[in-house]
Design a protein. Structure first.
Length: 323
């Protein structure tokens, strides 16, 4: 999955802190227990000495097999003695071992060359946390999308806005649960407050849970940050061109509300064209109709959208006003 370098770096830092804290706690426990049970220090020294003796056997022994068996037996005896003493004094038998958050990978994040499940879950958690800072992702789920706010009167093509909204929601659910980096791009259209952002974030919720990276932002914020990055004004940016172009799913909200300039139009075309060429999906929402978009942007942008994006049009009244 194409997580940003910032996400990978944060995950690495968290794993390093987990290992450090686990080792510090283990050292504190060792000192505490050793003070209460002095005999343990002698056993620990004995086990350490066995480790040194094993090296000597490999270098100097004339009968390596027999000497190794003796050392292994002595090691097992001391380990059992340690367990018995700990149990007798009310401690778990592994009380002196390092207690990692993930005992499988010992908080390294990897099992051999394979990323551990804990590492994958941590990446998802960070990705979700980043999104939650700028959007109400926890509130915008498919379960909380209420089609009852849409009118039930028959409209065009003998279908009510409510039925249409329900069909769109079910289509979005299927899209999210079967999402891949090769999924088709989507254009949400319709008036203000009709649930376009809600459905976009509901898709993001599912996609992140499935281990994919998501970049979400308004057209204004994304294009503004990319312009600042391009002109070397890189302080306090949330969006970077590399992440915008390479994330598994890009969501551009409120297309058309951004400040229009030759740069923003060129930048928008580059985003749309680059991701289509790379076969990476993008979700765009807008309050504009296709005709209005054609007036606002040049034909290179609108033709790519109309030709390559699935268009989902919501109809009804402003739900936020109704609520």
């Amino acid at each position: 999955m194409a997580y940003s370098q910032q996400v990978y770096r944060k995950a690495t830092e968290i794993l390093e802190r987990r290992r450090e804290q686990a080792n510090l706690k283990a050292q504190d426990r060792l000192e505490e227990i050793s003070e209460k049970i002095p005999q343990l220090e002698e056993i620990q020294r004995g086990l350490s000495q066995i480790g040194l003796n094993i090296s000597k056997v490999f270098l100097y022994s004339d009968d390596k097999k027999a000497d190794m068996e003796k050392l292994q037996q002595e090691s097992l005896r001391l380990q059992q003695e340690k367990k018995d003493i700990l149990a007798k004094n009310g401690y778990e038998e592994n009380a002196l071992e390092v207690q990692y958050t993930c005992p499988v990978c010992k908080d390294t994040g990897f099992i051999g060359n394979r990323r551990c499940k804990c590492h994958k879950e941590l990446l998802k958690e960070i990705e979700r946390g980043n999104l939650a800072k700028i959007a109400p992702v926890e509130q915008c789920t498919f379960d909380s999308f209420d089609v009852n706010y849409y009118p039930d009167q028959m409209g065009e093509n003998a279908i009510s806005p409510r039925e249409k909204a329900e069909r769109i929601m079910n289509s979005c659910k299927k899209y999210a649960t079967s999402f891949t980096r090769g999924s088709k791009s989507i254009m949400f259209m319709g008036g203000t407050g009709l649930g376009k952002t809600h459905l976009s974030l509901a898709i993001a919720n599912v996609v992140i849970n499935r281990g994919f990276s998501v970049v979400y932002g308004t057209a204004q914020n994304i294009l503004s940050d990319l312009q600042n990055e391009n002109f070397g004004r890189g302080d306090d940016l949330r969006y970077y061109e590399r992440a915008v172009l390479n994330c598994d799913l890009l969501i551009i909200d409120d297309l058309g509300t951004e400040f229009k300039s030759a740069y923003t139009v060129a930048c928008l075309y580059n985003i749309i064209n680059s991701r289509l060429s790379a076969k990476l999906p993008t979700i765009i929402s807008t309050n504009y109709t296709l005709d209005e978009l054609e007036e606002k942007y040049d034909q290179r942008i609108t033709s790519r959208i109309t030709g390559e994006y699935s268009q989902l049009v919501l109809i009804g009244n402003d739900i936020r006003y109704m609520k």
